[in-house]
Design a protein around this ligand. Structure first.
Ligand SMILES: [Zn+2]
Length: 318
């Protein structure tokens, strides 16, 4: 990701469709997913303490991270596999684990585990890996209720210098699905889900005009989508809106700065519906890609609500 504001954002905002979901609709029953804050803290602690950092040029640290994720999937009853790919002579792996009927269409839930440079990467993106593992634990327990298959994917190489290239782990995965004509229901990208603040004017936007429609306090979670054909994003926003965390949706073309700044971009590229669940990254979190992106800046109670909302979305997806 890079932090550059494009002039055309100002024009693009006029076609934004803004929807706000602040509370439950009262017609759907949601089970308590029992999302464990302690488990999420353990994951964030483990990943952020890996030294040197889990960046592309520290292959041992990438492997340690991947092994941790595999072990957790196994602990929760899933059978993880590695999807290997070679970049500049080095072998990297995505970690994949499936739940639900194998022959059905698939929902992809993914998060990247690498970091940019030599940073701890608590929010970016240990927070999302911690959430991914808790979602997998919950979904496995509800496997018999799933009308479709869920593929969990932990990606390598989301960060620079490979961001935006065919070397991203998510590009490799999305391309594999496309080449094999896999029936994909949609993709949920977890991208920085741990930073929230109630301070005034703590939230910025790609264009000043968005301030008219969106909150000035960075205390909500964003559901970002493009102009897909289905109600995929709307369903997710609705079920997430049944939690106590405020949910804001943004539907925008991918040239607006920030909307395609994670792994979902590669699913869009191959024509799949995909959404990014985000605390808005550098538009809110000033620790973004800094040494200060550390564990004690995260709000695990809000993260718990975000993950609860994703679990409910998966169970209730039509
Ligand atoms: Zn990043």
């Amino acid at each position: 990701m890079k932090n550059v504001i494009q002039q055309k954002n100002a024009i693009a905002v006029i076609i934004f469709i803004l929807l706000t979901y602040g509370c439950a609709n009262g017609h759907v029953s949601y089970p308590d997913p029992d999302i464990r804050i302690e488990s999420m803290e353990n994951t964030v602690r483990y990943l952020t303490e890996i030294n040197p950092s889990r960046s592309y040029d520290h292959l041992d640290s990438m492997t340690r991270s991947a092994n941790y994720i595999s072990q957790k999937f196994e602990e929760y009853g899933l059978k993880p596999k590695e999807q290997e790919f070679v970049v500049l002579g080095k072998t990297y792996v995505n970690i994949l684990a499936s739940v639900g009927p194998l022959e059905r269409s698939r929902l992809i839930v993914g998060a990247h585990y690498d970091v940019c440079d030599n940073q701890p990467g608590a929010d970016d993106n240990a927070s999302a890996i911690a959430g991914l593992l808790e979602i997998a634990r919950f979904v496995k327990k509800h496997e018999s209720e799933l009308p479709y298959r869920v593929d969990f994917v932990a990606y390598a190489l989301e960060e620079p210098p490979f961001f935006g290239t065919m070397h991203m782990g998510s590009y490799v995965h999305a391309e594999f699905l496309h080449k094999n004509n896999v029936n994909v229901k949609g993709m949920i990208c977890l991208e920085m889900i741990g930073f929230f603040t109630d301070k005034d004017d703590s939230q910025s936007y790609p264009s000043a005009i968005l301030r008219l429609f969106y909150p000035s306090k960075g205390n909500f979670i964003g559901v970002v989508s493009n102009f897909g054909r289905s109600s995929f994003a709307a369903q997710i926003a609705k079920h997430m809106g049944a939690t106590s965390v405020g949910v804001r949706t943004l539907k925008a073309p991918s040239f607006v700065t920030g909307v395609d700044f994670s792994d979902h971009r590669n699913y869009w590229k191959f024509g799949y519906d995909a959404v990014m669940i985000t605390d808005t990254a550098f538009y809110r979190n000033l620790n973004y890609h800094q040494e200060t992106d550390i564990m004690n800046t995260l709000d695990f109670v809000k993260m718990q609500e975000v993950i609860k909302g994703i679990c409910w979305s998966i169970l209730n997806m039509i």
